[in-house]
Design a protein around this ligand. Structure first.
Ligand code: GAR
Length: 208
């Protein structure tokens, strides 16, 4: 397949969602290719997966403040993406709020995966928040990134039951399985140009 959408993934840790995207993109008929992995630390497990798959990696120093990024980092990430003609930026367990140049330039072309059914349980530890609240169902959400924290328009959600004896770990495993289905699906929809914003909030999917 020609003219695949070029994707950059931003990650901070284990990288299982990054791997799920790489796996999906290995299919000949998948409309996107993973061109670049950007991490904010040299320990990120995602780095190993990228190297095994021959994907370019960059470590960008985002500053010492947890959850935040310095303007220079945002500028640098934007430069890396622009130079490679990246058409979509995917946050996959990237534990910093994206702001500055990268968001300014890529808003509408940047998506995130969150381990809860938004708008419930935004921010850190979505699975723990859901368990503590006592909901019967949770899941994951892929959404566009905007200036808020996990507030952008929803693209795909997958639901899982919460069992009586669940721990944060067991619930996280159940949700993660769905994340690995949802993220490649969302990237495919974006790459095929099937996502449109109806007004400001609602994403309309063209299923043909
Ligand atoms: C995933 O569960 C993802 O949804 C979550 O971090 C994990 C990363 O796992 N993201 C957030 O909580 C963002 N707010 P991975 O590194 O194996 O993909």
């Amino acid at each position: 397949m020609k003219n695949k959408l070029k994707v950059a993934v931003l990650a901070s840790g284990r990288g299982s969602n990054f791997q799920a995207l790489v796996r999906a993109a290995a299919a000949e008929d998948y409309p996107a290719e993973i061109r670049l992995l950007i991490v904010d630390n040299g320990e990120a497990g995602a780095l190993g997966h990228a190297r095994e798959n021959g994907i370019e990696v960059r470590v960008v120093d985002c500053g010492k403040r947890r959850g935040s990024m310095i303007p220079e980092a945002s500028q640098e990430m934007y430069r890396l993406c622009r130079e490679r003609e990246i058409g979509l930026v995917c946050l996959a367990g990237f534990m910093r709020i994206v702001k500055g140049r990268l968001l300014d330039e890529y808003e509408g072309r940047m998506i995130n995966i969150h381990p809860a059914l938004l708008p419930s349980f935004r921010g850190l530890d979505g699975q723990k928040q859901a368990l503590e609240y006592g909901v019967r169902y949770s899941g994951c959400t892929v959404h566009f990134v905007d200036k808020g924290v996990d507030t952008g328009p929803v693209i795909i959600q997958k639901v899982v039951p919460v069992e009586q004896d669940d721990t944060v770990e067991s619930l996280s495993v159940r949700i993660l399985k769905e994340e690995h289905r949802a993220y490649p699906e969302a990237v495919r929809l974006f790459a095929e140009g099937r996502l449109a914003l109806d007004g400001k909030r609602r994403v309309v999917i063209d299923y043909e």
